[in-house]
Design a protein around this ligand. Sequence first.
Ligand SMILES: [Mg+2]
Length: 123
Amino acid sequence: MRALVIDDDPAMLSIIASILNGLGYDVTKASNGQEGMEGLSSSDIPDVVLVDWNMPVLNGLEFVKLVRKKPKFDGLPIIMVTTELEMSQLALTFDAGVSEYIMKPFSPIMIQEKLQMVGVSVM
Ligand SMILES: [Mg+2]
């Protein structure tokens, strides 16, 4: 199984990647939405994408909108990693095509549950 994780915070990126490694995923990392798009386009399509909302260059919401415009990524589960401050705007993420969201701070078990909710397997 493969996951693409996109976050501009290197510490957060490492935390999410190590949780996913523990669940049996090979992880590709990107530090903003544009790098994420490049990662998606230059390799096999991953089983799931976890994307931060607040990022420079191309934020998570913009990233999701771009991905959902491309038929080759139809059905790709995208989980938005977000903070309480953005709760009021959560409807925006679902309108854009986000499959599920995870609130920071999160636990490994929460990530596991969200992966199962979007229909991707965990070890
Ligand atoms: Mg961020």
